[in-house]
Design a protein around this ligand. Structure first.
Ligand code: KG4
Ligand code: ZN
Length: 337
């Protein structure tokens, strides 16, 4: 089966074709980062308009790259939520229009299920069950994954998402949006031990996370270091390194606990922050097998939606009536384990 995947939940337009036997046939991505950079964050209306402009061309390119025609498609999967409602509507309408025109099933996919299953696109894919740490711009959760659609939430952030904290601290350091990758790059030149930061919530039981206190620690330090309102040079690099180091140490402790609590030995790191190399390196020291998606499929993309959709469409699922977008959509609603 050839499944087209469409991702438009936020500021990335992603389209891919996944073949249920041959694997990923194509992958096209357009990032709107430059559009939103001058505002320091995503402007929803601009995001929707950009998706409208780019999506049809990306679909054309994805089909061409896969070497197939629209008529060769067997299903269309799209991100139904969570995300920005206007942006989601662009993907939903396009996907459903295309599927209706071709007489094939359409299926709304949960964006986080896409992230959770993205490691399946790697050569070294994990087997079920595994513990997943999902860390993106909007989410930070520990999930026990028993199979496709069988998820148990173990804990999550009580305030900021991990990627959001990266982005906010990056903003303090005058780094461009989205700040996570820029902060990580700057941190490479920094000394993570110059500024001591406390690891949030590690001495509390459970698997909940919190990043707003850590963000405040960075803010307090930045104020001390600022010259004419800006932190520069080695100071900025050292602060970036201290923040990144503390996040990695905190997540290390929590991942160890998640593995102990579930008795599992496989850990999957997913979501945009899974691109962070220091975090990968630290988590590889756990007594568990570590899996993560190929770098290109860590941040938002169409391949993960095509893959997740393919699993469900192959199992006979499709949209019932016209589905509403789900800007807020708890992952647990997908399954009762
Ligand atoms: O999964 P994603 O593309 O979008 C959401 O669903 O949120 O994640 C984007 C987030 C942003 O906050 C971005 O700054 C962060 O992932 N991110 C990183 C890195 N690459 C992306 N954070 C830290 N280090 C990175 N290398
Ligand atoms: Zn995402």
């Amino acid at each position: 089966m050839n499944i087209l995947g469409i991702e438009t939940s936020c500021d990335e337009t992603g389209v891919a074709v996944y073949h249920t036997d041959q694997g990923l046939l194509s992958h096209q991505l357009y990032t709107q980062a430059a559009t939103h950079a001058e505002y320091g964050g995503v402007v929803p209306e601009l995001a929707s308009r950009d998706h409208v402009r780019k999506l049809p061309w990306l679909i054309k390119d994805a089909l061409k790259e896969a070497g197939i025609e629209a008529g060769d498609l067997d299903g269309v999967a799209y991100t139904r939520g969570p995300g920005l409602v206007g942006a989601l509507l662009v993907g939903i309408s396009t996907a459903r229009g295309l599927a209706a025109g071709l007489g094939i099933p359409a299926l709304g996919v949960h964006h986080l299920e896409g992230h959770l299953l993205a490691p399946m696109l790697a050569d070294n894919a994990p087997e079920f069950p595994f513990v997943a740490l999902l860390v993106s711009g909007g989410h930070s959760q520990f999930i026990e994954v028993l199979g496709v659609g069988r998820y148990r939430l173990l804990g999550g952030t009580i305030d900021d998402a991990t990627g959001e904290a990266f982005d906010k601290v990056a903003k303090l350091l005058d780094l461009p949006y989205p700040g996570g990758p820029h902060l990580a790059k700057l941190a490479q030149q920094g000394d993570p031990r110059r500024f001591k930061m406390t690891r949030p919530m590690v001495d509390r039981p459970g698997l909940d996370l919190s990043f707003s206190g850590l963000k405040t620690q960075a803010l307090v330090q930045a104020k001390k270091l600022a010259v004419q309102g800006h932190v520069r040079g080695q100071d900025a690099a050292d602060l970036a390194a201290a923040f990144e180091y503390t996040v990695a140490e905190t997540l290390f402790v929590k991942c160890r606990r998640a593995l102990e609590e579930t008795g599992l030995k496989r850990l999957v790191l997913a979501g945009g922050v899974a691109a962070n190399l220091r975090l990968r390196e630290r988590l590889s020291q756990l007594d568990a097998e570590l899996f993560y998606p190929p770098l290109a499929y860590c941040t938002d993309n169409g391949a993960m939606i095509a893959y997740a959709g393919a699993q469900r469409i192959q199992a006979g699922q499709s949209d019932a009536a016209y589905p509403e977008p789900r800007p807020r959509w708890p992952l647990e609603e997908l399954s009762h384990v």
